[in-house]
Design a protein around this ligand. Structure first.
Ligand SMILES: Nc1ncnc2c1ncn2[C@@H]1O[C@H](COP(=O)(O)OP(=O)(O)OP(=O)(O)O)[C@@H](O)[C@H]1O
Ligand SMILES: [Mg+2]
Length: 265
């Protein structure tokens, strides 16, 4: 079966800055794949290219959904790509801080169905049946990420680990085939990191959602990822299993040699 993502020779420039240089990679369906590398290596730029936020000047990105034709990503708007089954979380936490945990997930579910955040808030009679579905789905997702008990808490009152789990629930609310996680454990403590590791694995194992992961914490990323790509100065310098990456001298020189057992940063 065709790969989920097929990225061929993409180059992304901002004026004189080359963020991605001739990058080629693929993700298999169902895979937990990671992208690692030093600060400024181009990891977030890659995610932005996969989700339509950035448009690489060269190369191609193909997304192969379970059903339907392959989709050419470059040139498509982010909301169009989101509807094809690609969801993401952001490196810097993004949520509606003044709304509750429940409302944050529900808006994710409803905006995806085309009711939009406004419709979700105005609640016309036409959307009432949809709303019942969204409520049930929202409760299921809160159970899944372990936040049911915090459903009515204001999002800004949640701990870092809880916020990170809420963001994953929001991503899942759009029923994606793949979830892109940009440093999902940033700012969390060791026990929260373990919870996130278990949750991310559960998303793939129980929901069948493929995972593409950017993470600086080496313990977390090496325990989760089945395969990794290493970016350095916008180029792929290595690809392989966790064992192959740990043993790769180029990777040690460019990145791993500078990280501690707890990971970089
Ligand atoms: N919108 C933009 N305009 C100009 N330059 C950009 C833009 N986005 C990214 N860059 C540049 O592209 C390069 C790669 O940045 P990117 O954010 O992708 O790195 P990263 O690997 O995610 O780093 P970090 O680990 O710090 O998050 C950097 O030099 C950055 O300044
Ligand atoms: Mg980044």
């Amino acid at each position: 079966m065709a790969n989920l993502f097929e990225v061929s020779n993409i180059t992304l420039r901002f004026g004189g800055v080359v963020s991605l240089s001739n990058v080629s990679l693929y993700q298999k369906r169902g895979e937990i794949l990671a992208v690692i590398g030093p600060n400024g290596a181009g990891k977030t730029s890659l995610f932005n290219s996969l989700t339509g936020v950035y448009q690489p000047q060269e190369g191609s990105i193909t997304f192969n959904p379970k059903e339907g034709e392959p989709i050419s990503i470059i040139g498509k708007k982010p909301h169009v790509i989101s509807h094809t089954g690609v969801a993401r979380t952001f490196q810097a936490s993004r949520m509606f801080n003044a709304l509750t945990t429940f409302e944050n997930v529900k808006i994710g579910a409803e905006s995806h169905k085309g009711i939009g955040a406004i419709g979700a808030i105005l609640r016309g009679p036409a959307t009432r049946k949809d709303e019942k579905y969204s409520d049930a789905r929202t409760w299921d997702l809160l159970d899944f990420v372990g936040l049911r008990a915090k459903a009515n808490y204001i999002a800004s009152s949640l701990s870092y680990g809880e916020r990170r789990r809420l963001e994953i629930a929001r991503g899942l609310a759009t029923n994606p085939e793949v979830l892109l996680l940009d440093e999902p454990a940033a700012g969390t403590n060791p026990s929260e990191k373990l919870e996130l590791t278990d949750l991310i694995r559960k998303v793939r194992d129980q929901m069948g959602v493929s995972i593409l992961l950017i993470e600086h914490d080496m313990k977390l990323v090496m325990s989760l990822a089945e395969r990794l790509y290493v970016l350095n100065f916008g180029s792929v310098i290595a690809e392989g299993t966790p064992d192959e990456i740990r043993a790769n001298q180029n990777v040690v020189d460019a990145y791993l040699g500078t990280t501690t057992a707890e990971g970089a940063n």
